[in-house]
Design a protein around this ligand. Sequence first.
Ligand SMILES: Nc1ncnc2c1ncn2[C@@H]1O[C@H](COP(=O)(O)OP(=O)(O)O)[C@@H](O)[C@H]1O
Ligand SMILES: [Mg+2]
Length: 230
Amino acid sequence: MTSSSSTLIVEQLTKSYPTPEGSLSILRGVNLQMERGDALAITGPSGSGKSTLLYILGALDSPTSGRVELNGQQAVNLLEMEQARFRNSQVGFIFQDHHLLPQCSVLENVLIPTLAGKGADDAATERARKLLDRVGLADRLTHRPAQLSGGERQRVAVCRALINEPVLLLADEPTGNLDRTTAASVGSLLLDLNREQNTLLVCVTHSLELANRFPRHYELEEGQLVSRKG
Ligand SMILES: Nc1ncnc2c1ncn2[C@@H]1O[C@H](COP(=O)(O)OP(=O)(O)O)[C@@H](O)[C@H]1O
Ligand SMILES: [Mg+2]
């Protein structure tokens, strides 16, 4: 459940990679604060570190230095098992490619993140049905991903990201593979769900059109977040 005090605090976050030519500095002091219900878009040139930042926010990667705190908890301080649990229960991830399992039905795909916890019980199945109904796929529960359009597959991926009721929803170019109209509707869905479920939403996008619809818009520039709006 999202508590009333959902916050994300990022302070002086840096990330660099060692290379034969020396250290390659990608993130150079990212600062960010988000509170319950906040939605922000991040744009920036290819290779500027947008995915790297999202992965660190979602505890899929660790920073070189700095602090990332979600609801008072720093994932880097957790043991590996606890970190996996933290990710699974607190963070939802949506990728450019839907990453659905082709052999599983729509309903099964949405339930996958619940399998690591106490399993897909009746309550989880009920939540999955409700989410799929919410995104207009109630009559597609038994379909395989191949039987859906690109936009529909991405809507399933959105449901899968929300099934464990995460505090933080991270989307990495979620509309990058969609045509303009479909992209706009998936964008609307993300923004609507963010308001309905009071998640923290961070969306990386190439689309200025989509970024401008977010209450806050930052650009990743030379390893730092620069506010464009909000
Ligand atoms: N494991 C790694 N080792 C070295 N460099 C990396 C590694 N992962 C990513 N990079 C580099 O970090 C930069 C940022 O990558 P990324 O976050 O994927 O950018 P974006 O998502 O903005 O396109 C790129 O220059 C990429 O080559
Ligand atoms: Mg990227």
